[in-house]
Design a protein around this ligand. Structure first.
Ligand code: ATP
Ligand code: MG
Length: 417
């Protein structure tokens, strides 16, 4: 027997309601803030992610699915949405549009991770990007949108965590301080952090290891080492968050996993224990478009995982609207009636009524059972008498009430016409 590959899963019909509900909400929120949908390919040139996500990141180091196609091109399954959106922004000359350009995506992404609850190798993300504007009011808008998205689904006890990690002007000095601090305590660092100290010192701050966390808690704070421009941006961001009534908390250990972030970083976390508590995060990436070959272009974005949202909805017992099913099943007795049933089913569907055809030569009792398990509200029953009279029997399934109706009456009841 074959099984779905490790870290992937089938989304069975009964699970689809969650996905559809979350993705519809995502699109509704995007519209409310003026973000337009973009879809990018499932794979890209490997180089895009090396440059766009960063060679030193966990994603590029350990998590990408990279392969060579038959033409010898090196390709990578998309592990995240931002770099492809920026590639598309440049490829389609969107820098010539009025800025910022606001885009959103809903897509499957791929990361070679150790599968566990809330962490898969194929997962879906909803995200949005605002490209071409450095206004801190835009940072606040993006954060507000993320917040509203979760609140609109009824997910409660959320925490909004923010930080500012500076820019290429002020970060190098800060990193020197950070390295000096960590070099003193380096004997207690975990092995991963010993490497980070050399390659990616900012990530020292978000190590989950207990002793590393202790060190991080008293480490130098990036927001206390900002250049005047970054400091002003950060002050204004906090002002606009307050204007919008968003209850934020500052955490100097929040740095985010990708190399491209500058200034604002943020995460939204529900109040639960465990490593997979973050349901969404984002930040500013003012250097990314330039890194990909464009002219310097400020931008920021946010991304969230659909499966983790679904898990939160379930944990909170929040109901999602069921998917609409068929309204009526058409049952029949005898061969002549069978033809009439097939015809009626076709007509009902043509006029927009979701109708099921009773299947293959069963007793009426079995056909009614089929109607019950399909959850239809009505069953239409056609026999020889009904054919002669030009009517049908209409049965309301919950009450078992049954009456003879004309085709016109049937339409009125089923279609409201
Ligand atoms: P984590 O710290 O949990 O690994 P991350 O920083 O790698 O998350 P991002 O790249 O910022 O995550 O992606 C944003 C969101 O996408 C996460 O908050 C999470 O909801 C979701 N996500 C990320 N990786 C996975 C995964 N492997 N499986 C399911 N959802 C994921
Ligand atoms: Mg990750």
């Amino acid at each position: 027997m074959y099984q779905a590959p490790r870290g992937t899963s089938d989304i069975l019909p009964e699970e689809q309601a969650y996905r559809l509900y979350i993705e519809q909400k995502a699109a509704d929120i995007a519209r409310l803030y003026g973000y337009k949908r973009i879809d990018t390919p499932v794979f890209e040139d490997t180089e895009l992610f090396l440059r766009g996500v960063g060679e030193a990141t966990d994603i590029v180091q350990k998590e990408v699915y990279t392969f060579e196609d038959r033409g010898g091109n090196k390709l990578t399954l998309r592990p995240e949405g931002t770099a492809p959106v920026c590639r598309a922004y440049l490829e389609h000359g969107m820098q010539n549009l009025s800025q910022p350009v606001k885009l959103f995506y809903i897509e499957a992404n791929y990361r070679y991770e150790r599968p566990q609850a809330g962490r898969y190798r194929e997962f879906r993300q909803f995200g949005y990007e605002a490209i071409g504007d450095s206004d801190p009011a835009l940072d606040a808008e993006v954060i507000d949108m993320a917040w509203r998205f979760f609140v609109s689904m009824g997910i409660n006890n959320l925490h909004l965590i923010i930080n500012s990690i500076g820019c290429p002007n002020c970060r190098p000095q800060y990193l020197e301080k950070l390295k000096a601090y960590y070099t003193q305590g380096s004997q207690t660092l975990c092995n991963d952090c010993k490497t980070r100290l050399e390659k990616n010192p900012l990530r020292l701050l978000d190590c989950k290891n207990e002793t590393c966390r202790l060190l991080a808690s008293t480490a130098p704070r990036s927001y206390e080492h900002l250049c005047p421009e970054c400091a002003e941006h950060y002050v204004n961001l906090k002002k606009f968050l307050s204007v919008l009534g968003l209850p934020y908390e500052v955490d100097h250990c929040l740095v985010r996993g990708l190399d491209y972030y500058t200034r604002t970083v943020f995460e939204i976390q529900p109040e639960i224990e465990g490593a997979q508590s973050t349901i969404g995060g984002g930040g500013r990436y003012d250097g990314l478009i330039e890194e990909l070959g464009g002219k310097p272009t400020p931008a920021l974005g946010f991304a969230t995982g659909i499966e983790r949202i679904a898990a939160n909805l379930k944990r909170q017992n929040l109901p999602v609207p069921g998917l609409p099913g068929a309204v009526v099943l058409v049952a029949y007795l005898g061969e002549a009636a069978r033809e009439a049933a097939v015809k009626l089913c076709g007509e009902l569907r043509k006029s927009g009524c979701a109708a099921l055809q009773a299947s293959g030569g069963k007793s009426l009792k079995a056909q009614l059972r089929q109607a019950n398990s399909a959850g239809v509200r009505y069953t239409v029953i056609i026999g020889d008498d009904e054919i002669k009279a030009g009517t049908v029997q209409l049965r309301e399934m919950t009450t078992s009430e049954q009456k003879n109706v004309t085709p016109q009456e049937l339409k009125e009841i089923l279609l409201g016409k």
